[in-house]
Write a protein that binds this ligand. Structure first.
Ligand SMILES: [Ca+2]
Ligand SMILES: [Ca+2]
Ligand SMILES: [Ca+2]
Length: 409
């Protein structure tokens, strides 16, 4: 008997899943839905009208407005039954339909961690081709798979110089819980051992800008979905350059030009130009001798990246080029504070802004993109590059890991 109910619920779930066509011949809306928590349910009525209202019954019996768009994406953090009403005004009789959405616990437990990498495109940099490791024959797809294996297993990958990025997601939608941070991202930032710098949260902070997107067309891919920047502490800093664009040119095989110390083995290695009249080079140093150009993109003459350029955060505290301190920004960036400072590595989806800087209210997100946010070169330490390991959804409980079974083989 239990089996029958389960099958019935699974069938209903299948019908209600995001990719499926749930339209019936009349309104396009069913009389009830089953959906797993943290999964999107796309409700799209067949009728067109002058205006639309989606409301939900609150526990005290009021109707709270969810949306005034024709299509509504239902998304819930917690299991339960949600009473939804759709009202359409067409200037005549109109149409009104109330139905329950039953939110169930997922059949297969979600992972709280990064589950998927959609795109990996680093800018040139001294760790490129080593994190992850490039081997002859690797393609954009095999490098994406390597980046995915690394992030899933909490292994650090590099994004290279300014603009280089990775796009990843989870096995569910990350809910934007009001008033709470929603996910965190691990990097390899650290504070200096020297107390004076440590106190100012200086050390190796290589802040990456974080963007988010909801899979609004529900096809599981970050394609036509709108991206939003999470406006961190420097978003309104007058030194921050929005609409920044940089183009790196493939190293042309010129004779390497060393610096007097010999630490930089080619100061003119990879030239770049930006759309603010700036130009410079990603230099090559003696510590990293491999190609800094993503080798699977070797046929590209140029690599162009767009986004927000954060102000430089590095200071040569030695004044002679021996000790650089890269200061952390207060909040809102990846690889900006040590992982032990969890709250400073965490992000609130409510920080999202559109391209004009207007805050947007997202119910949740499916895709996260991180790109190196600082365009800066610090002598022997090289270009500033954001590194990331796995991310975590803060709304999914992390199960304590099972201790090693001493009896197991
Ligand atoms: Ca939130
Ligand atoms: Ca999509
Ligand atoms: Ca780093």
């Amino acid at each position: 008997m239990r089996h029958t109910i389960l099958l019935y619920m699974l069938a209903a779930l299948f019908l209600a899943a995001c990719h499926d066509n749930v339209e019936d011949v009349s309104s396009g809306l069913n009389d009830y839905y089953y959906v797993e928590r943290m999964k999107k349910l796309r409700l799209s009525p067949a009728y067109k009208g002058a205006s639309y209202r989606w409301t939900m019954k609150t526990p005290d019996g009021r109707d709270s407005l969810l949306s005034a768009e024709r299509t509504y994406i239902f998304l819930a953090e917690k299991e339960g039954t949600y009473g939804i009403t759709f009202t359409l005004d067409d200037g005549m009789r109109g149409y009104k339909h109330s139905f329950p959405v039953v939110v169930l616990h997922e059949e297969t437990e979600y992972s709280p961690y990064t589950a998927r990498v959609y795109e990996y495109r680093p800018a040139p940099g001294q760790f490129v081709n080593t994190m992850p490791f490039y081997e002859t024959g690797d393609t954009e797809e095999t490098m994406r798979q390597k980046a995915e294996d690394d992030l899933v297993n909490d292994v650090m990958i590099t994004l290279g110089a300014w603009g280089g990025y990775v796009t990843f997601g989870f096995d569910h939608t990350v809910i934007n819980v009001p008033g709470k941070k929603d996910f965190c991202i691990k990097g390899n930032a650290f504070y200096s051992d020297i107390p004076a710098y440590k106190e100012q949260k200086g050390g190796s902070a290589e802040p990456g800008v974080v963007m988010v997107a909801l899979d609004t067309n529900c096809n599981g891919m970050p394609d036509e979905d709108e991206w939003y920047e999470l406006a961190g502490s420097e978003y309104h800093n007058p030194m921050t350059r929005h609409g920044y664009e940089i183009t790196y040119s493939h190293p042309d095989g010129h004779q390497p030009v060393r610096d007097p110390t010999g630490i930089l083995t080619d100061t003119l290695y990879i030239p770049w130009r930006d759309n603010f009249g700036g130009k410079g080079f990603v230099a090559k140093n003696m510590y990293h001798t491999q190609s800094y150009w993503p080798q699977w993109l070797d046929r590209e003459d140029v690599l162009t990246f767009r986004g927000t350029r954060l102000p430089d955060n590095g200071v040569d505290e030695s004044r002679v080029g021996t000790y650089y301190v890269l200061y952390s920004y207060p909040w809102g960036y990846a690889d900006n504070h040590p992982n032990d400072y969890g709250d400073l590595c965490a992000f609130d989806i409510s920080w999202a802004v559109d391209k004009d800087g207007t805050p947007v209210c997202l119910p949740g997100i499916d895709f996260i993109r991180v790109y190196t946010g600082v365009n800066q070169y610090c002598g022997w330490t090289g270009e500033t590059s954001t590194e990331v390991a796995r991310a975590r959804d803060l709304h999914i409980e992390v199960k304590p890991s099972i201790p090693d079974d001493p009896l197991a083989e």
